[in-house]
Design a protein around this ligand. Structure first.
Ligand SMILES: [Zn+2]
Length: 164
C-alpha cells in the first residue's frame, strides 16, 4: 500500500495520505462509503499518472453512492485538479493548502484556505517559525485556476441540466 486510509464511521471523516501511484485500488478503499464523507487529503504528497487514473475511476465508482468533500487538498492534488478536468469527479472541494514562504527565515508552511479564495489573497500571515509576515509562495492566478474552472464547469453543467 502506497497510501494510508483512515476512516472514522462515527464522524464520517476520513484521511488519505501517501503516494497515489495506481498500486492501490481506491474503488475498494471507498467502496463502503455512502452519503457525504469529508476526506482530509493534505497528506497526499505525490500523484503519478496511473494514480490519477485510479483516482478518477474510483470517483466514477462511488458517484451516486457517496460524495467526497475534500479538505486541505495538497499541492499535488491542486496541480492535478488544474491539469485534469476529470480528476475532481463528483467531489466537492472545501479547502486547499496554500504554500507560504517566510521572506525573513525562509520557513515554509502550508496554510489551509476555504474556497472560494478571494484573489489576490488578502490575508497577511505570521510565520510560525520567526513571527515575521509571510506571503503565499504560489502564482495565485494559476494555482486557483483549476479549482475555479472546475467550479464553473459544474455550475454550467447544472444549468444545462436544468434548462428546458
Ligand atoms: Zn519566518
Amino acid at each position: 500500500m502506497a497510501i494510508t486510509w483512515e476512516y472514522d464511521k462515527a464522524t464520517r471523516r476520513g484521511a488519505l495520505s501517501g503516494t497515489l501511484d495506481g498500486d492501490d485500488d481506491l474503488g475498494l478503499v471507498f467502496a463502503d462509503l455512502s452519503g457525504d464523507v469529508v476526506v482530509d487529503i493534505h497528506g497526499i504528497t505525490r500523484i503519478t499518472s496511473a494514480g490519477a487514473r485510479s483516482w478518477t475511476a474510483a470517483m466514477r465508482c462511488i458517484e451516486g453512492n457517496a460524495t467526497l468533500v475534500l479538505e486541505r487538498c495538497s499541492v499535488a492534488v491542486v496541480c492535478h485538479l488544474a491539469i485534469n478536468p476529470l480528476f475532481r469527479g463528483s467531489a466537492v472541494i472545501r479547502s486547499v493548502e496554500v504554500p507560504h514562504r517566510c521572506p525573513s527565515c525562509d520557513g515554509a508552511e502550508d496554510v489551509e484556505m476555504v474556497l472560494p479564495v478571494p484573489l489576490p489573497i488578502p490575508s497577511v500571515r505570521t510565520c510560525g517559525f520567526c513571527g515575521a509576515q509571510t506571503a503565499p509562495d504560489v502564482d495565485e492566478t494559476s494555482y486557483f485556476e483549476g479549482l475555479t474552472s472546475s467550479q464553473e464547469a459544474s455550475r454550467t453543467r447544472d444549468q444545462t441540466a436544468g434548462a428546458p
